[in-house]
Design a protein around this ligand. Structure first.
Ligand code: SF4
Ligand code: SF4
Length: 378
């Protein structure tokens, strides 16, 4: 298992101290050693030294991880357990023993439909009524979750950008960014999707890619350079673009009483890309909106449970992790739990409804649109 051999030194360096375990969101729910980062490192030590076969049970433990990167920042030996787990997923996939069946089915749907939902490509932009140019410097890459699950938010995003006179287009043939197969260890599939999108960006004459999705953002910023080599596009999160527009007076936002909101840092923006401030700055630009931080925020922010393919593999476990985050958000006294990732939003919303919480979960785009003087609005 060549991909795993590369990590033999890191695996050997793990001193089994368990510093990483305390903050692992999966271990935090199940309390099973094999479902925390230290346990996974011990399992992989067994595999890499030929003492343990990668049986379906062992493989499943390696996929019961949200890719939140909390273990990376809490490792006493300064190794990267998450990188080791991605290496293991790649090795297991190459050996034909992974991904587990639900993840494999999801990846097959992405191969067939270019999105994880089994929807047709025609449906991707059904919500978009505005005529946009064929080519532009700026491409708004919507991403599958927003396109198919949150079209109203995307309509609002387009309204905000158009109200500001921001020049952009979309890729009518946009395909899944490849995040799910990438974290499943299906590198070849992720590479094919990355090459397809990169060619479309070129064709559209883009220099900047703007995305409303934390997953697409980190995939473009961190994975595409590895997958497609010379990937020279500037990557911006939509919250950053709207913050700049609002700061420069490109849109006018109105006060609607006062409201307290809290902000959830998506792991793939925060710990993965060190992106913390723009959404907060945007929220603070809205008159009458007070931002209350959760006890755990920024690099310390707890995970929503939705990433790394865990929502596909173990949806119940995933939502239980989200429930913990919703409780943390409730403790701030906020009315809205705002985020900038459609996957976090979906999972937190499910959790909030299941808990019958009063907290409303939304994207920052929805919050801005509801206070927009010139266009859009809820
Ligand atoms: S990345 Fe997150 S979920 Fe995965 S093992 Fe590390 S702390 Fe646990
Ligand atoms: S904190 Fe690092 S060294 Fe300690 S058990 Fe976790 S991975 Fe191993």
């Amino acid at each position: 298992m060549e991909e795993l051999e590369k990590f033999k030194t890191q695996i050997a360096m793990c001193n089994i101290c368990a510093w990483c375990r305390a903050k692992c969101p999966v271990y935090g729910i199940t309390k099973w050693e094999s479902e925390g980062p230290r346990g996974r490192m011990i399992l992989l030590r067994g595999v890499v030294y030929g003492l343990l076969e990668p049986t379906p049970d062992v493989v499943e433990k390696i996929y019961e991880c949200t890719s939140c990167a909390m273990c990376n920042i809490n490792c006493d030996a300064e190794i990267s357990p998450l990188d080791v787990m991605l290496g293991a997923r790649r090795a297991f996939s190459k050996a034909g023993v992974a991904p587990p069946s639900p993840n494999k089915k999801m990846d097959s749907r992405i191969v067939r439909d270019k999105n994880p939902y089994g929807a047709s490509q025609k449906e991707r932009f059904q919500w978009l009524n505005d005529p946009l140019p064929e080519r532009s410097d700026n491409v708004l890459f919507v991403g599958c979750v927003n396109a198919f699950r949150h079209p109203e938010t995307m309509k609002r995003a387009v309204s905000i950008l158009r109200a500001a006179g921001y020049e952009f287009t979309v890729l009518k043939d946009e395909v899944c960014c490849g995040m799910h197969p990438y974290w499943d260890g299906q590198t070849e599939l992720a590479k094919q999707l990355a090459e397809r999108n990169a060619a479309l960006f070129d064709k559209a004459g883009a220099s900047t890619i703007v995305t409303p999705c934390a997953g697409c953002y980190s995939t473009f910023l961190r994975s595409y350079p590895e997958l497609v080599g010379n990937f020279g596009f500037k990557i911006r999160h939509l919250s950053e673009v709207i913050r700049d527009i609002a700061k420069e007076g490109g849109i006018e936002l109105r006060r609607e009483g006062t409201v307290k909101v809290t902000y959830h840092d998506p792991c793939h923006l925060g710990r993965h890309c060190n992106f913390y401030d723009p959404p907060r700055e945007l929220i603070k630009l809205i008159p009458g909106v007070e931002l209350a931080e959760m006890e755990k925020s920024r690099a310390e922010a707890n995970c929503c449970g939705g990433g790394g393919g865990l929502f596909t593999l173990k949806p119940e476990l995933s939502v239980r992790i989200a429930e913990k985050r919703v409780r943390e958000a409730e403790a701030t006294g906020a009315k809205y739990l705002v985020t900038v990732c459609p996957l976090c939003r979906t999972n937190l919303d499910l959790a909030s409804k299941r808990l019958e919480s009063q907290l409303r979960v939304c994207d920052v785009v929805d919050l801005v649109a509801s206070r927009l003087k010139t266009a859009g609005g809820e």
